[in-house]
Design a protein around this ligand. Structure first.
Ligand SMILES: [Cu+2]
Length: 291
């Protein structure tokens, strides 16, 4: 009776592991960059190693508890108190497993840190509670804050059901626009407290620290909208400074840059900004591509 209960509980646990692993709403996203895919597969390798170890360890333990219980007349073996061979085995196997996991992980970490040959550099500054984006060498600079709809809905007694707001707390007024298939280097810093720039689909998560410049990069292989958040608790509105990256075609990006530069020039000359200051390019089309 006990055997069957324990075995069925084990079965449920083992069945749940792959289900959790492959249901993307629980698991981390595969992402849209080479690095993100590598990170995802490293995560899955380590996950399955952990599952295998858990099955072996808990399997042996539960079997021993059931098969050698006192009521069955089991008597402790007091003769085998020390075994050098067993100690060597239980030291060697974990070392091999750890090295086996560390080598591919280190390779990916080295690639993550290689920001050379970037085709576009964006300086990102974290503020309480918004992000500033400066496209280096292009004369483009703007702040990105929580979208108006989310901002209204989040207010106490707003009367707005957050479930009715599209991309609640994941929409901004000015999206970061970058070209597809382009290595984009990010230079991260902050102007007050520590923030952290995180976009899961790019596998980029880097602290933005006052007085320091941290580097990161990504090369999106897919056009679309990708969202992220600040992941360093930075004060009252930490949860209200999302990130939206709009990955567009290279032609659309060139057009966007020209529009931004023209708008900046017009503003500098004192003329009223034109309608082309909008930073969103075909949101419906690119959002559809992302999903
Ligand atoms: Cu923050």
């Amino acid at each position: 009776m006990l055997n069957r209960k324990v075995l069925s509980a084990l079965g449920v646990l083992l069945g749940a592991a792959p289900a959790v692993a492959y249901d993307s709403s629980y698991n981390m996203p595969v992402g849209v960059t080479q690095i993100a895919r590598e990170v995802h597969s490293l995560h899955m390798i380590v996950f399955w190693i952990c599952v295998a170890i858990a099955v072996a360890v808990f399997g042996a333990m539960i079997y021993s508890i059931i098969a050698f219980r006192k009521s069955k007349g089991a008597v402790a073996d007091t003769t085998m108190l020390h075994s050098t061979i067993v100690e060597v085995i239980w030291t060697t196997i974990p070392v091999l497993i750890l090295v086996g996991m560390a080598v591919p992980a280190a390779k990916t970490l080295v690639r993550m840190d290689d920001t050379r040959n970037a085709e576009l550099s964006i300086k990102i500054t974290g503020y309480q509670w918004k992000w500033q984006y400066e496209y280096l060498g292009k004369g483009i600079s703007f702040y990105s804050t929580l979208g108006a709809e989310s901002n209204y809905a989040r207010q106490l007694h707003s009367g707005i059901d957050p479930n009715t707001v599209k991309d609640y707390l994941l929409e901004v007024d000015h999206e970061v626009v970058v070209p597809v298939d382009t290595k984009v280097r990010l230079l991260l810093t902050a102007n007050d407290v520590i923030h952290s720039w995180w976009v899961p689909d790019f596998a980029v998560k880097k602290d933005a620290i006052p007085g320091f410049i941290n580097e990161a990069w990504f090369k999106s292989e897919k056009i679309g909208h990708y969202t992220g958040q600040c992941t360093e608790l930075c004060g009252r509105d930490h949860g209200f400074m999302p990130i939206v990256v709009n990955v567009v075609s290279k032609e659309d990006f060139a057009r966007w840059v020209a529009d931004q530069q023209a708008a900046a020039k017009a503003a500098a000359e004192g003329a009223a900004p034109t309608a082309t200051t909008a930073t969103t390019i075909a949101p419906a089309a690119s959002a559809a591509a992302a999903r």
